[in-house]
Design a protein around this ligand. Sequence first.
Ligand code: AMP
Ligand code: MG
Length: 426
Amino acid sequence: MFAAPVGSSVLTFEDARRVIEEQAALIRSNMPASGTESVELLAAAGRVLAEPVAADRDLPPFARSTRDGYAVRSADLIHLPATLEWVAEIKAGETLDRIPANIGSEQTASIMTGAPVPAGADAVVMVEYTSQHGQRVEITRSVVSGENIVPRGAEAREGSLLLDRGLRLNEAGIALAASVGKIRLQVCKRPRVAVLTTGDEIVEVSATPGPTQIRNSNSYSLAAQIQRAGGEPLLLPVAPDEPQGLRRLIEEGLKADLLLMTGGVSMGRYDLVEQALAELQAEFFFTGAKIQPGRPVVFGRGGAGALGRERRATYFFGLPGNPVSTMVTFELFTRPILEALAGQSPRKLVFLHARLKSEIHVKTGLKRFLPAILSGEFEHSEVEIVAWQGSGDIAATARANCYIVFPANRESISAGEWVAVMKSNC
Ligand code: AMP
Ligand code: MG
């Protein structure tokens, strides 16, 4: 007998994505689920910040010259060329006692990039427009007040928020934390993501497969995607296409912060994942999306039967077993949930655009994510689908570096048209 259907709800891609974003926002409002830890500054790169970082002093801490040149009163340069009296040289890091207390009218001080602008001066003239002869400096270009100076506190005021909780730290975030003296940062712990692959034909990578057996590759593509999205993968043994064994492993997986299953969610006689989850009183948000590859994707939360009351219900995905479907549905649907569990603030999915190299024809009705190669250089981007044998073709996908996003209502796109592109690593 075929598995009894679980009140099927197949959504458009956009609706399915909305459901995901709503759940991600809910998760984030109760965060952090997996706790926080303190790490050294550099180890925080790529991690999600769990503490606010504030300015420990004004940034910049003094009015900073952005040029090598001469600090002047702009009003002295109305008539050109102007000749001013040289009174000091101020280099970057100059101690306070060596900086003149005031630059008077008709006076100037030579100043270096990054040095503090002395009181009295309100602009810096670039060295290119000056010539110095002993104590006299001739200037051939006027400046407006404030030119080539960043005022004290213009970038941030002491005590103001620089980096907020939920930010995934890139190099600029790390630099900012460094600039305010943070040698350690409090970051969110990585959520543990259980990966459960199903199928009687699937064997471990180290096994010698029989003539009709397939090595488990999905657990590894998923583990790589989980790590990149900020999670810690936990690979469970391969589940058989048999209800008891499958159920036992699903219950095991639901103890993690998130459970990803691959395979067993299509309409085949042995596709038992939905059934097993339904028996555990799982809640289903959707049981399919109008996309290709990846149509049978399942998203839900549960199952109370397996967990008792002390823990909140675990989100799960039943991702289709076809390897490219698994990778695509992770990027489209799993990633936001995982990022939310990792403490990261939600963000929208945005596609880039590139010009299509050769015409594509497809059937309408499904939004398609076709493995493709993005090439070109600088402002000239172009993209072309890779020849593939459908959503089981890992080799074709490994040659690709992005997916072309093909709208559900178009039958063809001509060469030279702009198309949406999803980079596989962003
Ligand atoms: P299913 O979703 O279970 O119907 O599987 C669809 C296709 O994906 C079948 O050809 C499976 O053999 C293949 N497949 C399922 N799980 C994996 C896996 N873990 N690694 C590689 N291929 C898989
Ligand atoms: Mg299967």
